[in-house]
Design a protein. Structure first.
Length: 395
């Protein structure tokens, strides 16, 4: 068998153009599969990095369009609703209420409209947000409604370019009322995650000074574990649907389920495109079969001589099968190299982290060899069936 491999590569060397054309379809097919799967894996990873790992155990609940229209069965997210969720649904670790408001924030000569979030203590920590300076809100801050504020990195940089925000007093105008807040913390710059508020104040202050006993605009329900997030979202949706008689009174979203759906879509698209790319392997296999048939015709005398010297049909069949498989073996290796090189180039241009799917490399390589054997079987069988007398009688 080793001798057959050596002879096969000698034949490739003596017919370089024909060999290259035979390899081309295999190389393109294998490389295409690797590039597509690598880009799909990289896209999935990029989506995960964009949202971040924090918050994947959180289910977001908000009023649906029927509640916003003031329907009779509108859901109100007050303290009673918080208690109901704890009492009726399992796997809940913590529930946070949040309200958003647009305020005008002023410090010195800098004044602008800011998206401000009224949050409960522990909310920022739940999303794994880190402080650049200062401290987070305490339970006392929320209970007493202290006039303290935390700024995100960009807002702090805009108002305090010297980086001395903590301890300063800023003026907020909300609901036509002016309040003074002390900056107690500045968040680190965030490149991932779902929480992108510009400024944060204790929800206790919002409930006492801006809107007494407010219903929450957003409810963040944290599951006992990340694995429970998707099922928890389903349970909450079912609970409110049964309670109100309609599924449109609340919106329930889970970042974990959204990521899973996006990953599933990306994977499906990658598989479809890879299947399309694999067609070029089949086309290459047909080309190999045609070339092997021509090769058998050209080498009839060689076949006749080998048979006259005692070679069996099985030996002849093996010789040409190995030659056909060797072409796709070589094409598969070159295709993997080209695929990885192209993937590196694409990811470099896009400035994304490269994720090579080694399973795709292995599968496409094995498939390419299989294509060589499958499409080489017919020419090899023809060679094995040649009568040595007829084979030696002419070209």
């Amino acid at each position: 068998m080793l001798e057959d491999f050596i002879n096969a590569f000698k034949n490739f060397k003596s017919n370089k153009t024909r060999t290259f054309l035979s390899l081309l379809g295999v190389i393109i097919g294998v490389a295409s599969v690797i590039v597509i799967t690598s880009m799909g894996s990289s896209s999935t990873k990029q989506i995960e990095n964009t949202f971040g790992s924090a918050g994947l155990d959180v289910v977001n609940v908000s009023a649906g369009f029927m509640s916003r229209r003031g329907a009779s069965s509108s859901v109100v997210f007050d303290e009673a609703a918080r208690t109901e969720l704890f009492d009726n649904i399992a796997d809940i670790k913590k529930i946070w209420y949040k309200n958003n408001l647009n305020v005008t924030m002023t410090y010195g000569e800098t004044s602008s409209s800011v998206n401000c979030s009224a949050i409960e203590s522990g909310y920022l920590e739940m999303y794994n947000l880190e402080l650049e300076k200062g401290s987070f809100f305490t339970v006392t801050d929320n209970e007493e409604g202290t006039q303290k504020i935390i700024l995100n990195h960009d807002t702090a940089e805009n108002y305090f370019p010297d980086g001395d925000a903590v301890g300063k007093q800023v003026i907020l105008v909300a609901s036509k009322t002016t309040f003074t807040f002390e900056v107690i913390g500045v968040l680190k710059e965030q490149t991932t995650g779902m929480e992108n508020g510009s400024a944060f104040i204790p929800r206790g202050f919002y409930a006492k000074k801006i809107k007494p006993n407010p219903a929450a605009a957003n409810v963040m329900v944290q599951a006992t574990s990340q694995d429970k997030a998707v099922s928890l979202a389903t349970e909450i949706k079912s609970y409110y649907t049964e309670k109100t008689g309609s599924e449109y009174y609340v919106n329930v979203t889970s970042m974990q389920s959204m990521l899973e759906q996006m990953s599933e879509i990306t994977s499906t698209m990658s598989i479809m495109l890879s299947a399309i790319a694999a067609i070029s392997l089949l086309v290459g296999g047909i080309g190999i079969m045609n070339i092997m048939i021509v090769t058998v015709t050209e080498r009839r005398q060689e076949i006749g001589i080998r048979k006259a010297l005692g070679a069996s049909p099985a030996d002849i069949r093996q010789q040409f099968l190995i030659e056909s498989a060797s072409i796709t073996l070589l094409g598969g290796i070159m295709g993997i190299i080209v695929g990885i090189a192209v993937s590196l180039a694409v990811e470099y241009v896009q400035s994304n982290a490269l994720i090579i799917s080694w399973n795709a490399c292995l599968i496409s390589f094995v498939f390419s060899v299989f294509v060589g054997i499958f499409f080489g079987l017919n020419p090899a069988s023809r060679a094995a069936k040649l009568d040595p007398v007829i084979a030696l009688s002419g070209e």
